[in-house]
Design a binder for this molecule. Structure first.
Ligand SMILES: [Zn+2]
Length: 168
């Protein structure tokens, strides 16, 4: 891994010379529950792209600051997205030099670009294509955004039998 630059006093941008893929690493310890970095929209896009982040049912943004686009997916993530506060928050303690990742289906309902995950975590899901393709119980293990939870809830209601619920 080659370090390209320090993007903040706490985060550095790296590149894997074999794949050309860039990623972010912690340059200091980040504690569980602390703010990793805040974000805003550099551009709202009509349709999801491989770079966009879904922050509501019909809102997809390109991240600002720019370097946040290098937050890769992992099935064992260490940050999550708080879409209300526009913040990436640490899910657990993150050690120096650890790659920073989040779980893409926690924000993306249907992904524009399907990919094979190579996160090498014990629980790696393999093909990543958005929350709509995942099992509810599996998704429940991750900290998902409200729009994903609402979609799941709606989906569950659609699947209820047509009979009136038993109310006694
Ligand atoms: Zn994985």
């Amino acid at each position: 891994m080659i370090k390209l630059s320090d993007v903040t006093g706490k985060i550095a941008l790296y590149i894997d010379p074999n794949t050309g893929q860039k990623h972010l690493r912690a340059t200091c310890r980040h504690t569980s529950g602390s703010l990793f970095h805040e974000f805003s929209s550099s551009e709202d896009v009509e349709e999801p792209t491989y770079l966009s982040l879904q922050i509501d049912h019909n809102r997809h943004i390109h991240l600002k600051p720019d370097f946040l686009q290098y937050l890769n997916h992992s099935c064992d993530p260490n940050v999550y997205v708080d879409v209300k506060r526009h913040e990436f928050i640490c899910l657990r303690d993150i050690e120096v030099n650890e790659e920073i990742t989040f779980f893409y289906p926690s924000t993306e309902w249907a992904m524009e670009q399907v990919f094979d995950c190579k996160c090498r975590s014990a629980n790696c899901l393999g093909e990543i294509k958005g929350a709509m393709h995942l099992d509810r119980e599996l998704l429940a293990r991750y900290k998902c955004t409200p729009h994903i939870l609402e979609k799941l809830h709606g989906q569950a209601e659609e699947q209820l039998p047509v009979n009136e619920p038993d109310t006694h």
